[in-house]
Design a protein around this ligand. Structure first.
Ligand code: ADP
Ligand code: ADP
Ligand code: ZN
Length: 228
């Protein structure tokens, strides 16, 4: 039998494009673990540690956490997952890499393991739509599931359909912090897509449609890229 190939898939796009929503829908169907650096940082913030204080300083302003800290947190998490699953688990990366330095460290880390990126899914949505999506976003404090007050409302206003957890509005989903995060995206993240386009791994998806249609498109575009 062929050796099990570990898939590394990246989902990328501006804030509010629906990365978290889509990742939650497609990851289990592709046998991938959804790893979102923002979720890792929110868990650290909740822990009220010294590390939490350091992260909060950047997080609440919508600024990027320094690369070395981000990379340490991310790779520690992936290594722990691989250990738990005996190295067989593919990963759907959401929120990383966000700039050229992070893209380089990911390339290096994968090359060291003899792995490569299977695909980069770009979910794109025009900028005016993004602010509407983000200022109405609700997130489950327990499982991280994402809702929208208007576009994807939970069955009951304050609790998660999936786990009954309490829903909250993120501290960085204010118009000011959203503007800042979008600026960083267009300045620092969008330019790294060229690198993946040149490698022939970039898949472009129109994210400005119903959630289910976007999911179907992503699954279809990945079917020949991700080995089960
Ligand atoms: P990202 O992870 O890219 O920042 P999210 O998945 O958190 O985006 O989605 C941002 C907000 O937009 C959430 O409130 C979500 O419910 C809503 N949303 C996601 N996809 C769609 C869609 N296709 N149409 C309308 N609203 C959506
Ligand atoms: P969004 O994509 O809506 O900005 P995320 O949940 O991905 O939200 O990230 C929230 C915050 O966590 C970011 O504003 C930043 O402070 C931090 N963060 C997440 N991913 C990274 C990353 N790859 N590098 C640096 N900081 C990050
Ligand atoms: Zn929940």
């Amino acid at each position: 039998m062929a050796e099990h190939a570990v898939n590394y898939v990246i989902i990328v796009g501006p804030q509010g494009a629906g990365k978290g929503t889509q990742a939650a829908a497609v990851a289990p169907r592709l046998g991938l673990e959804h790893v979102a650096t923002g979720d890792l940082f929110r868990a650290i913030l909740k822990s009220e540690s010294e590390l939490g204080d350091e992260v909060r300083h950047y997080y609440d302003q919508g600024a990027l956490v320094p690369d070395d800290l981000t990379i340490r947190v991310l790779f520690a998490h992936i290594e722990q997952l691989q250990e738990e699953k005996r190295g067989t688990t593919g990963v759907l990366l959401d929120g990383f890499p966000r700039n050229a330095a992070q893209a380089k460290s990911l390339d290096d880390a994968l090359a060291e393991r003899g792995e490569a990126i299977s695909a980069v899914v770009l979910v794109d949505v025009p900028r005016p739509e993004l602010m509407k999506r983000l200022t109405g976003r609700l997130v489950c404090s327990n499982c991280g599931a994402t809702y929208h007050r208007e576009f994807n409302p939970p069955k009951s206003a304050e609790t998660c359909d999936q786990c009954g957890g309490e829903l909250f509005q993120r501290s960085d989903d204010t118009p000011e912090a959203v503007e800042k995060r979008l600026e960083i995206y267009y300045e620092q993240t969008e330019p790294i897509l060229e690198h993946y386009r040149e490698q022939g791994v970039l898949l472009e998806i129109d994210g400005n449609r119903e959630i289910d249609s976007v999911t179907a498109d992503i699954l279809d575009s990945l079917k020949d890229r991700v080995s089960a």
